[in-house]
Design a protein around this ligand. Sequence first.
Ligand code: IMP
Ligand code: MG
Length: 178
Amino acid sequence: MDKVTELYTAEEISRRVKAMASDIAVTVTDKELVVVALLNGSFIFAADLIRDLSIHNLNPQVDFITLASYGSSTKSSGKIQALKGLSIDVKNKYVLLVDDILESGRTLEFARKMVFEAGAADVSIAVLLEKPGKNTKPELKADFIGFKVPDLFVVGYGLDYANRHRELPYIGVLEHTE
Ligand code: IMP
Ligand code: MG
């Protein structure tokens, strides 16, 4: 049985995502923007974020990539693999990478490399959550961060445990009991 204890309400998330969109809009004015969302975890965050970006008259192209690290469970493991790459041309464009959570930084480092190799002019990173102190890639920093979360396993608002709990409108801490 999984028990989920609420950490951020749907209202708190909505307010924070709107504020992030405002911050992003300030930095990307006049640039040709491509939002690249990392599936699966960021699908709800990305959907809200791009609609909030439209409030600031940003009309990005939107693409999705799917990255997976070997092994699932609650530990982020070593090797990253691209299950689906870029579908649109990002050459000379300004890319905003969007992910649910930055933990070790391996996933986003892989994604950033992939986008630069595809010729992006510049890459910024927006994450809904960051777990401070867990990043093993000091050169990789998120430019826009929703919430800094304690080192606990969180689910909801797109984040999963074994592909469950993504549908929760809030973010909560998962207590996994047998
Ligand atoms: P990183 O590569 O170590 O930065 O891990 C980031 C990825 O691990 C995220 O995209 C998530 O898919 C997953 N992840 C890390 N921590 C959590 C968590 O607390 N809940 C759900 N997924 C997580
Ligand atoms: Mg993920």
